[in-house]
Design a protein around this ligand. Structure first.
Ligand SMILES: [Zn+2]
Length: 290
């Protein structure tokens, strides 16, 4: 081939690549500006760190395969259209663009970019037993092995069809700490608060926030006695610092099932329930689902 032919081939591919980039940019722009369906079944759309981004995928017959950083993302069909419901990690930086991959029927694939908006979380200072801040070697090893286990549980994705993302409050009590607070334990900064704290006296009954399957129960160094429920499609709820656990792994629960009682197990300042919500392996604000 002569130089001219090579030149034409080069221009052809440059134009194609440019077009692909344009498609992604247009997709991202559509995602950022498209109106979000106000359906009762969906959580609140709030694309901040620890928040949820919802975007329309289209009227496909089968559930599209949606993923974020290798973790499957929930897709839900509302009035004939599929929607992706993406949990944005608390570690996401304000202004960053989160790339969500979508694959349909193995031959259509595209990416959506979600811009992380500024959040409004505050800071709180807490005083706890020093063994829960400066960890001994034994406790550090225990915590690390428990963290590996809990992280694996949080990544659970089951294909069960989801009817709703709506949750009920699992316990009656006073909201004592909200999600996202930057936390200073005994003067030392630690990870932001990954759930909602509801203060109630020890022994108060804790109910499942939505029907599901019990996938984990345990007694952990930080979380104390904890139960995790799988609601399907990577949507999980967890209940920590219990005094008593009334379910076992494999139990199917309804939204009226008693799963345990409020307590002071793990790293706590007083009796309360730590209520957590997980989407695609990351902790998100429970408020968006209530
Ligand atoms: Zn908590």
């Amino acid at each position: 081939m002569n130089k001219k032919t090579w030149g034409l081939i080069l221009i052809f591919y440059v134009l194609r690549i440019k077009r692909c980039i344009q498609c992604v940019v247009i997709g991202a722009a559509l995602c950022l500006i498209s109106p979000v369906l106000e359906a009762n079944e969906l959580p609140t759309h709030k694309p901040i760190a620890g928040g949820v981004s919802i975007f329309e995928l289209g009227p496909y017959s089968d559930a599209p395969n949606v993923s974020y950083q290798g973790d499957r993302v929930a897709a839900i069909k509302v009035s004939g259209d599929w929607f992706a419901v993406v949990g944005i990690p608390l570690s996401a930086e304000v202004g960053a663009e989160v790339a969500i991959k979508v694959k349909v029927d193995d031959w259509i694939s595209f990416s959506y970019l979600v811009r992380v908006l500024e959040n409004d979380y505050g800071e709180e200072k807490l005083k706890v037993a020093s063994k829960h801040v400066a960890l001994s070697q034994t406790n550090l090893e225990r915590h690390q092995s428990e963290k590996t286990h809990i992280d694996a549980v949080k990544r659970t994705f089951t294909q069960k069809k989801l009817d709703s993302f709506k949750l009920r409050m699992p316990v009656e009590g006073r909201l004592s700490s909200t999600f996202g607070f930057r936390r200073i334990y005994n003067g030392e900064p630690r990870s932001p608060h990954s759930g909602m704290n509801i203060a109630a006296s020890t022994g108060t009954v804790v109910l499942a926030a939505s029907p599901g399957l019990i996938i984990d129960v345990g007694d952990y160094f930080f979380s104390g006695k904890m139960v995790t429920i799988d609601h399907g499609s990577g949507f999980l709820t967890l209940y920590a610092h219990l005094s008593e656990i009334d379910v076992s792994v494999g139990d199917v629960v309804s939204h009226k099932s008693q799963i345990g009682r409020v307590g002071v197990s793990g790293r706590v300042t007083g009796p309360h329930l730590h209520f957590g919500v997980i989407l695609n392996g990351v902790s998100v604000n429970p408020d968006l689902f209530l």
